[in-house]
Write a protein of this length. Sequence first.
Length: 132
Amino acid sequence: SAINLGAPILNGRPEPSFFPVMIGLIACVFSFILIFRKTKESFSGSDEKLKMKDMLGDIKPLLIMVSIFLYISVFSFVGYFLSSLLFVLSIIVIFSSMDSMIKKSIVSFVIVSLGYLVFEQVFGVRLPAFWE
């Protein structure tokens, strides 16, 4: 979708597609690194403790994929703020735990607010809102 927004850089200036394209490329690089490490680890033979830890951690990628799918699915219907707030909060909970949810909600709110300010004020990109 970011590529459909146009060239990432035009006349020496970053365009709205610049950051999504860069984040996508960085995510791909890190994904390949993780796949390489995991493949190398599986061939080196791990003990029983590591296998149990891997089985428990195997659900995290699935939860992340479901979160991303839901985020993309509801983004245009409920708008940037609510969908992004729930997405960021779900990612934080997936990588940590359910304790201190108030603190995690505040952090999610701050992250989403900063994202809103960057896109709306700095780049001048209008983000979809729930009330529209």
